[in-house]
Ligand binder design. Sequence first.
Ligand code: 3PG
Length: 395
Amino acid sequence: LDDLLGEGVSGRRVFVRADLNVPFDKSDPTVISDDGRIRAVLPTLVALRDAGAKVIVASHLGRPKGAPDPKFTLAPVATRLGELLGTPVVFAEDTVGSSATEAAGKLTGGQVLLLENLRFNAGETSKDDAERGAFADQLAALADSYVDDAFGAVHRKHASVFDVPARLPHYAGGLVVREVEVLRKVTETPEKPYVVVLGGSKVSDKLAVIKALLPKVDKLLVGGGMCFTFLKAQGHEVGKSLLEAEMIDTCASLLAEADGRIVLPVDVVAATEFSADADHEIVGVADIPAEQLGLDIGPQSVALFAEAIGTAKTVFWNGPMGVFELAPFAAGTRGVAEAITKIDGFSVVGGGDSAAAVRTLGIDESGFGHISTGGGASLEYLEGKTLPGLAALES
Ligand code: 3PG
């Protein structure tokens, strides 16, 4: 971005791919429940706006099926972005259609335009290179240069991430640069002891990262829904808790390979149903009742995890420890997050749900070394995969 600003952008059309895929309030789907991803891209947008660029911002939101769907409109994001920028944001009701092209054509230097959801166009996510390329041609025609500040989407081989930079002079935004610097440090030269905390619902989603991290970590703490498949692999009955039956053998092999370095909960908060009002109790992992499901790690597990975290010089955390959105099941995530803020070392919160948990639970963000805006992206970086968005910027 500094290179682009150095070249001068006054009156130039700059396409900024941002990741404005923010969560919305479950009880009011028009209210953004965590605007962290919008805030994270502000420095790039402000720098371009203040340098007099015509700023054209594009993002995806959710997973619409390649056609307009009002449930996934970016309109509320345009409003919030305008509030945060302190200047109104022009909103186009399509991405490359007449609304977008007219709005882009009318932009004056220092104005910001947000296009409608990229994924309302089948070409954005298409696996067919020609279809993606045709959409990328239309996007590229809107601008003179391209900035990728969508760290959360760099693992996607999508038109706006992978194909547009091949068509325009391309630059990394400040957020992408910082994210990569931090994740490179954690991946290549983590100061030891290195403790990784993983949560979230599925082992299968995290399998690749577990395999990549296991040789590097001193401890791997596993909570969230995924811990039940590990507990089952240890021989425990897990009642109605989340279970990936086909992953039990894999978990057993990982536990054997880890030789004590994978740490599992010793107690959980179990409830009769997935509801804030459900009857719930703390039970040892050997005593999960058949008709109940575990929705959070219990207090002894929090203490066990906090002890391991307290020894660390580097902590990477991805995934909540329980259903933190429901008050009775938030203590595990809160306890682990608070323990991470207290370490005498460097901590990284990797991604979507865990970053949202930090802000939703009101935990002091300054206690973490870095809060990533990328969930899947940061995990794939740690796995050592080539990320299409970063490869495109480097070529
Ligand atoms: C994310 O939330 O991880 C990113 O915005 C990417 O979204 P996706 O998983 O729908 O591609």
